[in-house]
Design a protein around this ligand. Sequence first.
Ligand code: ADP
Ligand code: MG
Length: 395
Amino acid sequence: MTRDLEARDELPDWAGAKEFYQKYDPKEIIGRGVSSTVRRCIHRETGRQYAVKIIEVTPERMSPEQLQEVRLSTAKELEILHQVSHHPSIITLIDSYESSTFIFLVFDLMKRGELFDYLTEKVTLSEKETRCIMRSLLEAVSYLHANNIVHRDLKPENILMDDCLNIKLSDFGFSCVLKHPEKLRELCGTPGYLAPEILKCSMDETHPGYGKEVDLWACGVIMFTLLAGSPPFWHRRQMLMLRMIMDGRFQFSSPEWDDRSVTVKDLISRLLTVSPENRLSADQSLQHAFFQSHQRDEGSSIAPYYRFRIAAWAALACVRILVRWRRARPITSELLTRDPYGVKGVRRLIDACAFRIYGHWVKKGERQNRAALFQNQPKALLLTMGEDEEREGDM
Ligand code: ADP
Ligand code: MG
């Protein structure tokens, strides 16, 4: 039974927690957030697995103001979840309970976890896989926006995957309902995904505020990251990164972009557009050529014209493979020692190792380069890092 948080005053302090523990058996931790812990749990009656987000509201650990803020924001998160969680690309809320010290939100268990971890494992995704993920994400965002809801924290950590690698959007902790023509001013979200207008608004009192478009900017950042394996805006010094965001300064320059289509780059550029008025909406993005040429039922029934095109592509591909094979340099131990990062297969392996070592994105770019981690000149690398650290210290 779902309990409304507003009705908590009528309940004994422990009632919600008791009800939760009677119904579910909590197991190991599967995720952590700023003020929550997420555990796998088992529904005692059916044996089914779920995920429970446990939000602590302990008076001993928090000031009365903080306590009130967490309760209010959780009530807001819950209200929005009730409204949207039946959408196929949005996390399903099953149950919620509240006691004086904890709030429990029970969700469908997304067994493959975060898109972030999936990407870390795969380093970069193909355009086909990116299309599938982005289509579901944009459909979820379009649905939210049609209901005047802004998510405000879109990022791969808040996109979860099930067994079949279908995605669902989660974490509505920063979401809010926008009353037309209201604009928002609050600085919230995750630095690398913040839209320029959020930053400008926080620095300029006369700024008119921001709206739903901020979610589309974050979609652009996510899409870029899925294809490149590193984010479009990154700098060791956060102030410089924020400057890059405000200027909309990013490049399709890393080797990953060489093989990417003009269409995908066009869509990303239209999402990472500094002016919110000129940025594509979720519906406009779904109408973009990147999605139009590949419908959901890809490959199910192929018209004769497409069969001909596929045959022509296959023939061309064979010719290209043959030409490349004839031109290919043999991979010798000398080549591997001199420039391991120049060999595509080895580059992917190196990138995967870098992710495992650092557990986070390692930007390939002007100031920091994944390739540099593996160059055969440790002195040059140390010097570069030392310089950066010195500058960090200056801040
Ligand atoms: P916070 O608002 O504190 O960031 P989230 O709702 O994002 O909390 O949950 C934190 C983490 O817990 C997620 O990033 C994810 O790794 C994990 N998690 C949350 N919900 C689920 C779920 N339904 N299934 C599997 N893992 C989940
Ligand atoms: Mg989160």
